[in-house]
Design a protein. Structure first.
Length: 565
């Protein structure tokens, strides 16, 4: 890629000759660029390779060579800015455009949104960080959960209406309260061409036995080709819903998985991973998908420099954030950002500490210390319960900290748009009472949870269904690691009771109330998620899901047709 220095050298020549073609000797070039004859030749050759000039050296001493300008100064600046944008380097793009935000806006809008390349429909979206963990069996964040569901298929899935429907299993039946039978689609292939076998399903399900939500799996077998039986240790009438969770998505066997399985896994879903690095994630539509082939050919998620991510809006036709945005077409996320207190091995194991921390670090106290711009940009509102519309605060007295000069360890995702501000607010509040905050920043998971006192966490639940709290509680909330056994077993009992009866509503509100009243969780904020119709341009059916994204496999580009008179 051409360097900023090469652009500067071009600008010197362009300004010296006012952009006009000239006859000139090489010695004149050396004086303009302040370099040797050898370096002047190198610069001219590089400028020619970039297509910025045409250089025709004359044979013989004293003869004039021909210098022609193929691009003007602005063309070169914008061209270089586009190249930096392709690498996610907005800071460098701003610099080559002389930090002109209006010019950057034009360049960004030309590169993001719906594109047509070589007859293919491409959707480009900006994002503030890389999406590096796409292994459904390992801890991953909300956005990764969405991408994972585009790459993998499960036995069952939730449709856009959040109802259970067939996926790899085209039918199923409950043989007994503790036994289910699933009938598998034949002819399914993974993205690498490997045929899906019953063995892939059995190994995936066997590996679920060490996850709380699936510890009641007893024996998984195949009594007949394309049939899988799941025998359980206790009745479970809700198993098809549980199998929609990310850990239950079907993968290649561990022997078949490549070394880069975490970053570029291979599934049977509608999209396969073409590229996934620090600069971009590129998903290609899988032509061999067993369902309806995606109508868009490629989805690209561009990683934008974190410091500049706030100027980029996740929009398809207007990727630069407008001064005012409507929330008409968006909704509150189905969970919340919260504080998880360590009541197992942290300071909060003492009731006085858990009571103090839950009151001192309330959503109201933290909210008033957050920057107003971030509150507005992220659409934050105070949470009175772990789900919108719930009120689980109970009147308890405000206490002083049991001990002064205590150090409190606080963990949070290192790359998150609001967590650093929340951490700073917590530090300020604790300092008021003579307490010190020590921060543990991490990328995917905390190495030593038992040493953490407070964990700033997003719920990241993937649906608006109340029973989504079952998978959250047991699979990825990390509550088991930071709660007393007696309390966690009580919350686990909520799930078991729901599973034990057909057509039973999940006791979500009771679970949420218990988590808050025991000071295990301090709900902080809800945020607005969505893709406004005003920003979808020609992209159709970009309906926001509970993860704040839209299903890539369901969208399509509406062509602009010329009306015939």
């Amino acid at each position: 890629m051409s360097s900023p220095r090469l652009r500067t050298q071009f600008e010197k020549l362009f300004e010296h000759f006012n952009g006009e073609d000239v006859g000139i000797q090489l010695d004149d070039i050396t004086e303009i660029l302040f370099c040797t004859r050898r370096n002047a030749r190198i610069v001219l050759n590089k400028l020619a390779e970039e297509g910025w000039i045409e250089w025709k050296p004359a044979a013989g001493r004293g003869k004039l060579s021909e210098l022609s300008f193929k691009r003007n100064r602005n063309d070169v600046s914008e061209n270089l800015a586009r190249r930096y944008l392709e690498q996610g380097k907005i800071e460098q793009a701003l610099n080559v455009l002389d930090r002109d935000a209006s010019k950057l806006t034009q360049v960004i809008q030309g590169y993001l949104g719906v594109q047509h390349q070589e007859g293919k429909q491409v959707v480009r979206l900006p994002y503030y960080r890389s999406l590096s963990m796409l292994n459904p069996r390992k801890p991953h964040r909300r956005s990764e959960q969405h991408i994972i569901r585009q790459i993998f298929s499960g036995l069952t899935r939730l449709n856009e209406s959040e109802q259970v429907e067939p996926d790899l299993a085209h039918q199923w039946e409950q043989l007994r309260p503790d036994c289910w039978r699933f009938y598998i689609r034949p002819g399914v292939r993974f993205h690498n061409g490997v045929a899906l076998k019953v063995e892939h399903i059995i190994e995936t399900l066997e590996l679920l036995k060490d996850i709380n939500q699936f510890t009641h799996f007893n024996c998984i077998s195949s009594p007949s080709p394309w049939v899988v039986d799941i025998e359980l240790t206790r009745p479970d009438y809700q198993l098809p819903i549980s199998l929609c969770e990310s850990p239950a998505l079907i993968t290649l066997t561990e022997k078949e998985q490549a070394e880069d399985h975490d970053r570029a896994p291979i599934g049977t879903g509608p999209f396969c991973v073409e590229v996934n690095d620090e600069k971009s994630l590129i998903l290609e539509a899988f032509d061999g998908y067993f369902g309806y082939r995606s109508l868009v050919d490629r989805v690209e998620v561009w990683v934008i420099d974190e410091v500049h991510s706030s100027i980029v809006f996740p929009s398809l036709s207007h990727p630069v954030k407008p001064e005012r945005s409507s929330i008409e077409d968006v909704a509150l996320d189905p969970g919340s950002t919260l504080l998880l207190l360590n009541r197992r091995s942290g300071l909060a194991r003492e009731p006085n500490w858990s009571l103090y921390l839950s009151r001192k670090l309330s959503s109201f106290n933290i909210f008033r210390l957050l920057p107003e711009q971030q509150i507005a940009e992220l659409g934050l509102i105070i949470a009175n319960g772990i789900k919108p519309g719930w009120y689980h605060h109970t009147p308890k007295p405000m206490l002083e900290p049991p001990h002064k000069d205590e150090k409190i360890k606080i963990a949070y995702h290192s790359r998150h748009p609001i967590f650093p501000s929340i951490a700073k607010a917590i530090e300020t509040l604790l300092k008021e009472d003579g307490l010190k905050a020590e921060f543990v920043r991490y990328e995917h998971s905390v190495e030593s949870v038992k040493e953490i006192d407070i964990w700033i966490k997003p719920m990241g639940i993937g649906t608006r269904r109340d029973d989504a709290l079952a998978g959250w509680l047991l699979n990825y909330s990390d509550i088991e690691l930071m709660a007393p056994d007696r309390d966690f077993n009580q919350w686990f009992a909520f799930v078991k009771e729901w599973q034990s009866e057909p057509n039973k509503a999940f006791p979500a509100n009771a679970l949420g109330r218990s988590l808050v009243e025991t000071d295990q969780i301090v709900p902080l904020f809800h945020c607005w998620l969505g893709v406004s119709k005003d920003h979808c341009g020609s992209l159709q059916n970009a309906k926001c899901n509970a993860l704040g994204w839209f299903d890539f496999s369901h969208v399509w580009v509406k062509p602009e047709l010329i009306e015939q008179s």
